[in-house]
Design a protein around this ligand. Structure first.
Ligand code: GUN
Length: 362
């Protein structure tokens, strides 16, 4: 086994083949793997020679992974990194299918997302900013409502009611967690289910449970899309999810059950987690504990998806998975940051488009 140090390149047209030293990912290859020479990839191969799933080797070749077909031979690059899903999504909407343009023409306006943030939670502020940025990148309108920590529940519910009635607003998102004096359940129930781009309203949760079309919580939806994009079919596979939150664990269970996976959810009361995770073909960590998943908990060749976003003592973002050691065993693994996180934003944008279509009967 040997390693290739890779640098992610934003625009291959500007790539001169050298590494500036800011290597971001180490990609270990088994001896049996085909090693793709990156210079060849960038300089010698044009888009028509390479069938890259899901991404195209185009100017923005952020993505140095996926299934590559070169001269009819399949080359697998291991690391899943959705480095700029927003760009990909934008291209999907705007360039490829003209879907976004079509919606704009049909409804006579761009889709609009209202984002409500209560209080000063620093992590929530960062998430909200990236959602606003996601809207700006796609040319969507965003309406940010910053409410003070001491806002009353009734005041917040009234803001939501106004947004429900506002025609400019297609999707509504109230960033969680909320201060303790506000009942989250009441808040998500007040958001009109047709504008509930988070998929938290019980109507959407119920629809997902019975396999009906609904808004799906963006993080689980992002995980499902990642698996789809990488041709990883959960059908018949042992999927183990660590964490049973309403935002991630439970909707993921529903999504993957709808795809015929055999699923186990582990949580704080689970006994001998390792014995369970060792059986996982697909292991999803959404537990919120830094480096909770260690190498000895992972089966050789497992697909490992890390939903965790934690900070270590130095303030660095790290996942729930001990990436450095687990990557040696995994067939696919998502990094933190840069893996599931950006997909969450991408799927939120997708849901905003779906909401805009729904509000306008398209
Ligand atoms: N807090 C953590 N994740 C989420 C999310 O997906 N949506 C909202 N609204 N709040 C969150």
């Amino acid at each position: 086994m040997f390693e290739i140090m890779m640098e992610l390149v934003n625009d291959v047209r500007n790539y001169d083949g050298t590494c500036s030293g800011t290597t971001i990912y180490k990609i270990p290859f088994e001896e049996s793997d085909v090693v793709v020479d990156l210079d060849t990839l960038f300089e010698g191969i044009t888009n028509s020679d390479v069938e890259c799933n899901p991404f195209e080797i185009k100017p923005q070749a952020y993505i140095l992974c996926g299934r590559l077909l070169i001269d009819g031979k399949e080359h697998q690059i291991k690391l899943i990194s959705m480095n700029s899903p927003i760009t990909i999504l934008k291209n999907k909407f705007m360039n490829k299918k003209g879907k976004f343009k079509e919606i704009k023409e049909k409804i006579g306006k761009v889709p609009g997302l209202a984002i409500v943030l209560v209080g000063e939670n620093p992590a929530s502020k960062i998430y909200v900013n990236s959602k606003i940025k996601g809207c700006a990148e796609l040319g969507f309108e965003s309406f940010a409502h910053y409410l003070p920590e001491n806002v009353t529940e009734e005041e917040l519910l009234n803001v939501i009611r106004e947004l429900n009635a506002d025609e400019k607003v297609d999707g509504i998102l109230v960033q969680l967690p909320l201060p303790k004096h506000i009942d989250e359940k009441k808040v998500v129930e007040t958001i009109a289910f047709s504008k509930d781009v988070d998929g938290f309203n019980p109507i959407n949760v119920g629809k997902l449970a019975i396999g009906e079309k609904s808004f799906i919580s963006c993080t689980p939806y992002g995980v499902v899309k990642m698996l789809e994009e990488y041709n990883i079919n959960p059908e018949g596979k042992n999927v183990v999810i660590i964490g049973r939150s309403n935002i991630v664990g439970k909707p993921l269970l529903q999504c993957l059950l709808n795809k015929n996976a055999t699923i186990t959810i582990c949580h704080s009361k689970t006994r001998d987690i390792k014995a369970i995770t060792k059986n996982a073909d697909i292991l999803i960590a959404a537990v919120g504990r830094p480096h909770f998943v260690t190498e000895d908990m992972v089966k050789d060749g497992a697909v490992v998806i890390d939903v965790g976003i934690n900070r270590n003592e130095e303030g660095k973002l790290i996942g729930d998975v001990d990436f450095e050691n687990v990557e040696k065993k995994a067939s696919y693994i998502t990094p933190v940051p840069g893996g599931v996180g950006p997909m969450t934003i991408a799927m939120l944008m997708n849901n905003v488009v779906e909401a805009a279509k729904m509000q306008n009967g398209i």
